[in-house]
Design a protein around this ligand. Structure first.
Ligand code: XMP
Length: 536
């Protein structure tokens, strides 16, 4: 399949470049700057990302473009553009002050293939401390702003080279998508064949070939990734797939029953294991967060393995690993290349091979694939939920009663978020649509629920804290519940969601009135970092 390679020099927006290219229905791979593939027969173009480093710094990242230049079109963005200036006879110098934010083009050459269709004063987004003071040999300046003369350059040729000082992948570069389309489709010749439907068709075919008549085991969590893997595998191999869904007793209210029902409606072969007694008795009296996590992790593996071992002829273990779990990201401070693998699982003696059909997809693409297979919307748009469940949201030891209290409070909060509708426009609307939430734009506005607008939400039981309240004529001495709702795109960083006051007032009232054991509600207004999303 045709693909674009994005070489990563450590910019925070590299993943965004990848997503923009995928939005153009074109497959792409993000690789560390020094990991260009040996075999590039299906590569149609290369993008060099930005970087927090300077090209002339001692520790700058260098890449040998000899194999690429002249064979494939290249687009350098920010550091990528500076780097090509640096090595191809131009010059890069410190700009003195960092140029950051919106700017308008003062000059743009719309005969350059990269800028075809651009408006004269198109807004672009700058973020750089260095400037290209001389462009590479053989290049023309094709865009300037009032302050940045060499905002973009072009070295014509059968396989041209482009460099942009600004970031087309960022939303504030208003015609950035057009620029990337000009590069990916017109210059590189993408046939735009990467779509959710096409992915399902090819993946189902490949899974059938890969797995043949073997048996596959899959651990389901109720989350979108593992559910989409299950439906894909079910389409490919049907009864040869056995799913295992473990109830550790700390799921959300009615979650085990609801999710099992959903899975059964989807025709999946699921073994539901109620292991709540075992987990809760092993956790009795344990208050230390890490110890709780360890017990849950250990019990989970044992329960899962006990079930999996019963499927004696299994040859494969399927997992819902997605692309961001695997992208090797550059750790600029340590300059160590780190790889995030989400692989755990069954004992080696079972000799299971791993099957990870979503390993190339971003989260929004997983959701699109789910939709294209007709999965119910509430399964697809579910918020992430931690493996240890409500255990990391009960501060102190865990009892069935505390789980019950938290489930009830959480249920009121989450149902409220689903019911409360908001109208969004501009950047907010675009962010929600880009995350794959289906909504119709009317008069520049979309209507979505608060639930769909935020990344993740839940309640936390502060069971080690008690405070005085008054209910009717009675004095109460009960626990507070904290509510947490965050916006994020990847859970690496997060901000607290600015929920409407009338919504918070109603939820607080409902929780205190309806959940016995809770007499106070607080809202967590910490961002990540320095806090984390979960409390434990
Ligand atoms: P933190 O609390 O580290 O969480 O900001 C980041 C994201 O990861 C989820 N999370 C977990 N998911 N097992 C999981 O499967 C875990 O032990 C776990 N801990 C945190 C969390 O809900 C958030 O989405």
């Amino acid at each position: 399949m045709q693909k674009i390679i994005i070489l990563d020099f450590g910019s925070q927006t590299t993943q965004l470049i990848g997503r923009r290219v995928r939005e153009l229905d074109t497959f792409c791979e993000i690789l560390p700057y020094n990991k260009y593939p040996e075999d590039d027969s299906d590569v149609i173009g290369v993008i060099l990302s930005g970087s927090p480093l300077s090209v002339y710094a001692d520790d700058a990242f260098h890449v040998d473009l000899g194999k690429i230049r002249g064979r494939l079109p290249i687009l350098g963005i920010c550091y990528g553009a500076q780097y090509m200036s640096h090595i191809y006879g131009g010059k890069v110098e410190s700009a003195g002050t960092r140029e950051y934010g919106r700017q308008n083009l003062a000059y743009v050459d719309t005969t350059c293939p990269l800028f075809k269709g651009f408006d004269a004063h198109s807004q672009v987004w700058m973020s750089h401390g260095d400037s290209i003071t001389r462009i590479p040999e053989g290049a023309h300046v094709v865009a300037s702003t009032e302050t940045v003369e060499n905002a973009a350059y072009y070295i014509p040729g059968e396989k041209p080279i482009f460099g942009t000082q600004f970031h087309p992948e960022v939303f504030h570069s208003l015609q950035g998508t057009l620029l990337l389309k000009n590069f990916v489709v017109d210059v590189c010749g993408s046939k735009q064949e990467w779509s959710a439907d096409a992915f399902v068709e090819t993946t189902v075919r490949e899974l059938r070939e890969q797995i043949g008549s073997d048996r596959v085991i899959l651990g389901l969590s109720g989350g979108v990734d593992s559910s989409v893997v299950a439906v894909l595998l079910n389409k490919a191999i049907g009864e040869q797939l056995t799913c295992i869904f473990v109830d550790h007793g700390m799921l959300r209210k009615n979650e085990f029953e609801d999710v099992m029902r959903d899975y059964e409606c989807l025709g999946l072969n699921v073994i539901g294991v109620d292991a709540s007694e075992r987990f809760l008795s092993d956790l009795a009296g344990v208050t230390e967060p890490e110890k709780k996590r360890k017990i849950i992790g250990r019990d989970f593996v044992e329960v899962f393995n006990d079930e999996a071992r019963k499927i004696t002829d299994a040859k494969w273990l399927a997992q819902g690993t997605i692309y961001p779990d695997r992208i090797e990201s550059l750790n600029i401070t340590g300059k160590v290349i780190k790889s995030h693998h989400n692989v755990g699982g069954l004992p080696e003696e079972m000799h299971l091979q791993l099957c990870e059909p979503l390993k190339w997809l971003f989260k929004d693409e997983v959701r699109r694939v789910g939709r294209s297979m007709g999965m119910p919307e509430h399964l697809i748009t579910r918020h992430p939920f931690p493996g240890p469940g409500l255990a990391v949201r009960i501060l102190g030891d865990i009892t069935r009663e505390k789980v019950r209290v938290l489930q009830d409070a959480d249920d009121i909060f989450i149902r409220g978020l689903r019911e409360y509708k908001v109208r969004l426009s501009g950047e907010e609307a675009r962010a929600v649509l880009a995350a794959g939430v289906p909504a119709d734009m009317q008069n520049g506005e979309i209507e979505v629920s608060l639930y769909d607008q935020i990344w993740q939400a839940g309640a936390i039981l502060l069971s080690e804290v008690r405070s005085v309240g008054v209910m009717g004529d009675e004095r109460t001495y009960e626990n507070p519940v904290a509510l947490r709702a965050v916006t994020s795109s990847d859970a690496m960083t997060a901000d607290w969601a600015h929920l409407p006051y009338d919504f918070m007032a109603k939820v607080s009232n409902d929780i205190i009135n309806k959940v016995k054991g809770v007499n106070r509600v607080c809202y967590d207004i910490s961002s990540k970092p320095p806090a984390t999303i979960e409390w434990e």
